[in-house]
Write a protein that binds this ligand. Structure first.
Ligand code: HEC
Length: 310
């Protein structure tokens, strides 16, 4: 109900925005009527409320960010010239803000078209990690679950291999893309006493592995929505993930090399991953007992230098 109400408001905002630019009044000049969901009619009151909400900073946890922060009227409702939007506490997203002028007419919303309409779009500014999240940080395990983990681990002998499944990577890889777990160090400290620890996680959508102390980290592959590696987008060295094990990626622009099947052999207590890739040769990332870290058995040496990626 709440979402729906908000969707209406946003729809209203967009109409207002066009009106402000003198392109449209009630019936936009030269444009077809604004599509309005049959079960969600517009009223002057809703339009007024939408305008209010668009500028209401109370929606952000710090009270500093409203829709208008990123969709600025003076910048044609964008945040140009930023290359990525900036939300609360200077957290950055992965994209910049497109204009919201005439967005009620669009058949798909966002740069990747992942929402069909404004009602679908409207909830996302609140859950989009890194832009604003009312819980502070969505990729944080949090006190409650850390307490649970501590209790659970207390019953296990330190020689028992431990496998942890999580959504977020439980390490800090790359904040710009939210490949980041805010309380990673606290989780790692809980896992430290154990001889063999493997963390499997999603969220990253790439072949990604790392070793921190006794803990091996392995991402799960993407079944859809692959991402290129951060280094293909951000050439500034300060934007590169600081990994203890260098990534093996011959072509950082080939984003589909992380879609396919992944087989995990955990018999030794250390994970050996076999990646059966849709558009690439099979890769194996296995724990090397000599170097004490996961390694790609066939390292791709002929790397392609960074290029522009759009
Ligand atoms: C911190 C910056 C930020 C805030 C705050 C923000 N947006 Fe956005 N907005 C973005 C970015 C970035 C995108 C593109 C995201 C994507 O493509 O994944 C976007 C996309 C959109 C779109 C899709 C437009 C298109 O052409 O596809 C609409 C509509 C929109 N925002 C409206 C709003 C509304 C309404 C609010 C307030 C509830 C809001 N935004 C708050 C940054 C922001």
């Amino acid at each position: 109900m709440k979402l729906k109400l908000f969707g209406v408001s946003l729809l209203a905002v967009t109409t207002l925005a066009t009106a402000t630019f003198g392109i449209a009044q009630a019936e936009p000049l030269g444009l077809p009527p604004v599509p309005i969901p049959a079960d969600n009619p517009q009223t002057p009151e809703k339009i007024k409320l939408g305008d209010k909400l668009f500028h209401d900073q109370r929606f952000s946890s710090t009270g500093e960010v409203s829709c208008a922060t990123c969709h600025e009227r003076e910048k044609a409702f964008t945040d140009t010239p930023l290359s990525v939007s900036v939300g609360i506490n200077n957290l950055t997203g992965i994209r910049n803000a497109p204009t919201v002028i005439n967005s009620a007419y669009l058949h798909s919303q966002f740069w990747d078209g992942r929402e069909p309409d404004l009602e679908g779009q409207s909830g996302q500014p609140f859950i989009n990690a890194g832009l604003d999240d009312h819980r502070g940080s969505p990729f944080m395990v949090g006190e409650k679950q850390r307490a649970w983990l501590k209790k659970d681990l207390a019953e296990i002998d330190i020689n028992t291999p431990v496998i942890v499944f999580s959504h977020s990577p439980l390490q800090k890889i790359y904040r710009g893309w939210n490949f980041w777990t805010e309380d990673a160090e606290q989780i790692q400290a809980l896992l430290k006493p154990f001889k063999k620890v493997n963390v499997f996680y999603g969220h990253v959508h790439q072949i990604q592995y790392n070793q921190i102390g006794n803990i091996s980290f392995h991402s799960a592959m993407a079944t859809a929505w692959p991402w290129p590696y951060p280094e293909s987008n951000a050439k500034d060295p300060s934007h590169l993930p600081k990994l203890t094990v260098q990534m093996n990626r011959a072509d950082p622009f080939f984003e589909r090399d992380a879609t396919g099947w992944q087989y995990i052999d955990i018999h030794s207590g250390n994970a050996a991953m076999t990646f059966s890739l849709t558009d690439n040769s099979t890769r194996t990332v296995a724990f090397n007992t000599k170097t004490n870290r996961p390694e790609d058995t066939r390292y791709q040496n002929n790397r392609i230098p960074p290029q522009d990626h759009y």
